[in-house]
Design a protein around this ligand. Structure first.
Ligand code: ZN
Length: 254
């Protein structure tokens, strides 16, 4: 079994609850689809736990923005990235080995990871860091966009980025975890793009941390885990640098 997590966004409580569940499930590998930073109060703790626990971590758009600049970000998202950069980036006047190693890790994250017939990216197969693949693309019949993305996929592709779990199929359907009772069974050779949802800031109306396991026999299972949301909300407010709206949205799961 492999587990796939994404979009932790500095939410240590949510990540720890997921890692506890993974201790129980004992996957052979854990793959992280990026965005450990941005929005939440404890990005350093999240980066370090992911570095320790995950086999591979690919680069998300917030990770990219942390290093190269938050171009195109909303003011609220930009402010949280700038706060994160101030506490993560190595300081030239100080010899801080932990910060330098962490920064190096962030700079070296690959944009995509391939494992046999599986592709792992943050955003989309075609544009791995920034492109969004949403349910609305399916509903609006964005066939060229979807076809070009499926051309990059051998069998299954795992993505994050939208914080909304679900499965996109080549016959242009978007399957919600709820309508599949939390389990998707891909057919051999039938491609699918699987959004694993978000650990630290779900936006599908369910506040609980989300992740996916891919089990022997080819079963994709969507998991939800409760965590101490009051603790994260209090930490966001205590930073003074992260907008309160980012605390409120955690409770709404939107
Ligand atoms: Zn994200």
């Amino acid at each position: 079994m492999i587990a796939i997590i994404s979009d932790v966004h500095g939410n240590r409580e949510a990540l720890e609850a997921v890692l506890q569940e993974l201790d129980r499930l004992k996957p052979d590998a854990v793959i992280c689809l990026g965005d450990n930073v941005g929005y939440g109060p404890e990005p350093i703790e999240c980066i370090d736990a992911v570095r320790q626990r995950c086999t591979v971590t690919v680069c998300g758009n917030h990770d990219f923005a942390l290093i190269y600049g938050a171009n195109g970000f909303s003011p609220v998202a930009r402010a949280s990235i700038e706060y994160h950069r101030s506490i993560i980036m190595p300081r030239p006047d100080q010899d801080d080995a932990d910060r330098r190693e962490r920064w190096q890790f962030l700079k070296e994250m690959p944009y995509r990871h391939v494992r046999g017939e599986f592709l792992f990216v943050h955003g989309a197969p075609r544009n791995p860091v920034t492109e969004y693949l949403r349910k609305i693309d399916v509903l609006l019949g964005m066939n060229k966009k979807l076809t070009e993305n499926f051309q990059q996929v051998d069998w299954l592709c795992f993505i994050g980025h939208t914080h909304r779990p679900g499965v996109i199929t080549p016959d242009m359907r978007f399957l919600e975890p709820g309508e599949m009772r939390g389990v998707f069974e891909p057919k051999p050779r039938q491609k699918a793009i699987i959004n694993v949802g978000s650990v630290g800031q779900p936006r599908d109306g369910d506040w609980r941390a989300c992740f996916v396991t891919f089990e022997e026999g080819g079963r994709v299972r969507f998991h939800r885990v409760e965590y101490d949301i009051d603790s994260v909300v209090a930490k966001i407010r205590a930073t003074g640098s992260i907008d309160d709206s980012l605390a409120d949205r955690l409770r709404r799961g939107r």
